[in-house]
Design a protein around this ligand. Sequence first.
Ligand SMILES: *Cc1c(COP(=O)(O)O)cnc(C)c1O
Length: 334
Amino acid sequence: MNSAADALDKLPRRQFAKLPTPIDELANLSRALGGPRILVKRDDLTGLATGGNKTRKLEFLIADALSRGADCVITAGGPQSNHCRQTAAAAAIAGLACHLVLGGEPQPPLGNLLLDELLGATIHWTPKPRRTARIAELADELRAQGRRPYPIPIGGSNALGALGYIAAMFELVEQLAQQGRAVDHILFATSSGGTQAGIVLGARLASFTGRITAISIDQTPDDQSDEKFLAGVCREANAAAALLGSDARLTVADFATNYDYLGAGYGIVGDLERDAIRMLARTEGLLVGPVYTGRAAGAMVDLIRRGAYRPDETVLFWHTGDDAALHAYASDLV
Ligand SMILES: *Cc1c(COP(=O)(O)O)cnc(C)c1O
């Protein structure tokens, strides 16, 4: 057995996801585009108050919180954060209180924000640039009240979170082998980078040989935050390798990232997203979301139209969720 896979199996993990998620073929979409074969890895079906990519990360993060004796978790995101909604659901299952730091002004309870409230999370609004600082302040406040908080970074993107997508790559490679399928290209949305860290390191550990390209949703090559985006992704990937006792080490050059589809900014729906959401819905009955997967699917459609892939190649779109946000964006989508 692969020793990294073995090490992964031994780490504390709280099961939340329904695995393996299916791989579906999007034959109608391929035909409509006259393009390559298109497969979709359905991580929108992971489960956990709908589904999405954070379910896999939270299996390791919540297990760590429990093993450290935490009684509450704190995390942060945008008002329509899928990560926050899934953290609230995981916390509810694990019997932990959940505090969510959301960037911006209070908003009407729609989409993920409605679900956060139903799931029992306490919401703390703060200006977007202060979210990470607010997590730390809130942790201090809660400790002063005798609570035992477990802070989770934005997107659950640290080495522990990345383990979820290392496991997912082992799952994918095994599933493709069973189905007798080969994949030439994997495309998915990247933002806080934990998914990308896990997929790229997982590919190395599971000997996946296709090309992996992350579609940036909001990160620019020289980033908005204090460190360069890919330097952070690479650091967490290498920290995850260390957790597994693996001597695999990656460099930023291993993380192919496409920054061409940033549109008008994070969470702003444009024609690219609107058209892709409709196209996938109307050809395949498949829902992608307004913030992440609509943008990444729009990028895939555009790349196919530009001839980036040969007709005999297979592209796998890793669906990371986001459909729970659709209703909150109704007025931008019709
Ligand atoms: C969080 C999220 C992503 C991005 O994953 P990161 O690990 O933050 O890069 C992609 N798609 C959806 C639906 C998400 O919620």
